[in-house]
Design a protein around this ligand. Sequence first.
Ligand code: GYE
Length: 311
Amino acid sequence: AGVLASMLIMSSSALAQTVGFSQIGSESGWRAAETTLTLQQAKDRGIDLKFADAQQKQENQIKALKSFIAQGVDAILIAPVVATGWDSVLEEAKEAEIPVILLDRMVDSSDDLYLTAVGSDLVHEGSVAGQWLVDTLAGKDCNVVELQGTTGSSPAIDRKNGFEQAIAGHDNVKLIRSQTGDFTRTKGKEVMESFLKAEDSGKNICALYAHNDDMAVGAIQAIKEAGLKPGEDILVVSIDAVPDIFQAMAAGEANATVELTPNMAGPAFDALEAYMKDGTMPPKFIQTESKLYTMKDDPMAVYEQKKDLGY
Ligand code: GYE
């Protein structure tokens, strides 16, 4: 019986796969949390995870995927830095019968080239942010500036579209400047400085919409250095709900954020295990929640809940 039991344990651990994970990089606190949680989930599930950091470059992600295919991994996770240019490497994975799961960003390739995609409704996130601003302004005239995410990434495209859908028809809300801050604090600060300079030292700006909290935190610094009060002179709304934005809210320097869970790996590994076990096909899109938080939601309590999650 002892031998049989140990063989059973061996066979079940033999199911523990080798999975290649091509991560974009660590451009934001949110991305760092996603990486932390993915590595932890793999460990908890006995999955041997091969981690590759692409330093924000698509060619490094393509190289990583080719290497995973050559190694004969059982599956691939990828957070695709931009939406286009994936067809041929995804076709190689398909030919090698290696299932691919997308995390937090989408690709333009046909959906038969990946097993499933785990992520939020990025257009909806932009609309939630836009609707919050429309409601908060209640008809007051407002010139808005926008810090876009990484050019060509699905969140940058969709969050812009969602926001514009929400403010359409409200002529009091005018989007006067929009530029990429590449999802980073440094670029967010730099671009906000240029917006402030170009708009009468910021006197002509009433609100900032940033595609992620990290760019918003950088912009908040620039607004303060320009002698203005973020959260009051310039309203600040962004997306991700990372701990630092709640500290800014508690200080009255940010107004609202739309939450994006960093736990994309949980649903991804669940779908993968079901597929590897008996071929269960997951839906092509596994949607995660989007929740609006404002400075009325006890920001320091939320900060305490989130501060140790690996951001
Ligand atoms: O909002 C940002 C990260 O792909 C939706 O990427 C994700 C975005 C997230 O850089 O912080």
